[in-house]
Design a protein around this ligand. Structure first.
Ligand code: SF4
Ligand code: SF4
Length: 342
């Protein structure tokens, strides 16, 4: 029998209640869009997943009532406020189960006036929500008027105080200084800023939709530049992992990948899995990107993009997408719909 690989036990992460979103941002790692078809988490799944997570999620070093990006549990999507009822239920159950450092992530599309914003945030807080992460960036600004983001920040600051996180603060300050009103097209944003400076100062993951939609901002390289890359560090990390509405346990930010059902975590982490039965994980953990590439060329005639790749994640995703559209034999490529929105 081949040696077994013990799947890491996560101590923090985000629960994707749905991949559906009000926006379709150019940088989205999870291809959020209004067009996702697979709906919202079912209450039965929600209870089972949260019950399992309550055994492993660790609080922020600042305390169980404080939040931080890489501790505790957050509710995300997609856009979780698109289904407020489910979001409310999620907080209620997580709070009953005493999961620490709970926060929600939002693009603020729904903050149309003070009344609704305050009502919902207060209700969530009373159900046990401890904090909020407000996304601010020029990609969301293409879809969400800045006034709504400002409103959410103002009210969250009153309700959650130190448990308000603005991601990314650089953009918030920049938009305030630019006196932005309404939405702003990304092409117009580029005319107003020094993009090289923005790229130097702000983190942007060149994966997911960003690898295609924003590739014009970055140099492209032939595949051979990335073939010696290995992803053990990214795949076996146990912090800020993601879990989706189906129970898929996703390593870190690597969308479209699943270790299996997080409800089987005990089995996955104590008994382990035979990595040989997960050839894509095996290639990226025990080998290099070139092993994944060889597998795709040999079995499914993958052809290198003539236009090149902006990052190893771009190459990895393009190969995985090719495989996912040709076959369903690779059980680590989940959810399947992920590969149809790219
Ligand atoms: S708001 Fe967030 S989840 Fe929605 S498309 Fe934008 S980045 Fe993706
Ligand atoms: S190359 Fe693939 S496995 Fe590695 S970090 Fe990027 S998306 Fe994840």
């Amino acid at each position: 029998m081949s040696p077994r690989f013990l799947v890491p036990t996560p101590f923090s992460g985000g629960l994707i209640l749905s991949y559906q979103c009000s926006c379709e941002c150019k940088h989205c790692m999870y291809f959020g869009t209004p067009a996702w078809k697979d709906g919202w988490i079912k209450e039965k799944n929600l209870r089972e997943i949260l019950s399992l997570l309550s055994k492993v999620i660790k609080p922020s070093p600042l305390g169980k009532d404080r939040v931080s990006l890489n501790h505790g549990l957050h509710f995300t999507g997609g856009e979780p406020f698109l289904n407020y009822k489910i979001l409310l239920k999620s907080i209620e159950i997580a709070s009953e189960l005493e999961i620490p450092s709970l926060f929600v992530e939002t693009n603020c599309y729904w903050c149309k006036n003070d009344k609704i914003t305050e009502k919902r945030l207060l209700e969530l807080k009373n159900k046990g929500l401890q904090g909020i992460l407000i996304s601010v960036n020029p990609f969301i600004l293409e879809h969400v008027p800045f006034e709504r983001i400002e409103r959410a920040i103002k009210i969250s600051n009153q309700l959650f105080e130190d448990n308000l996180m603005i991601y990314q603060l650089y953009y918030y300050v920049q938009f305030k200084n630019m006196k932005i009103k309404g939405i702003l097209n990304f092409d117009d944003y580029l005319k107003l800023v020094k993009i090289e400076e923005v790229k130097r100062r702000v983190e942007l993951f060149k994966m997911g939709r960003a690898a295609h939609e924003l590739s014009f901002l970055y140099e492209r390289f032939p595949l051979k530049v990335f073939l010696n890359e290995n992803c053990k560090m990214e795949l076996v990390r146990n912090w800020h992992c993601h879990f989706d509405l189906h129970g898929n346990y996703m390593p870190g930010y690597c969308g479209g990948f699943s270790w299996g059902d997080v409800r089987n975590l005990d089995l996955l982490s104590k008994k382990g899995i035979e990595l040989e039965k997960y050839p894509i994980f095996n290639a990226l953990i025990n080998g290099k990107l070139k092993d994944l590439h060889e597998l795709a060329v040999k079995n499914f005639n993958y052809q290198e993009l003539r236009t090149g790749y902006v990052s190893k994640c771009h190459a990895c995703f393009d190969i995985r997408k090719h495989l996912a559209l040709k076959t369903n034999v690779y059980k680590e490529l989940q959810p399947r719909e992920f590969y149809f929105h790219s």
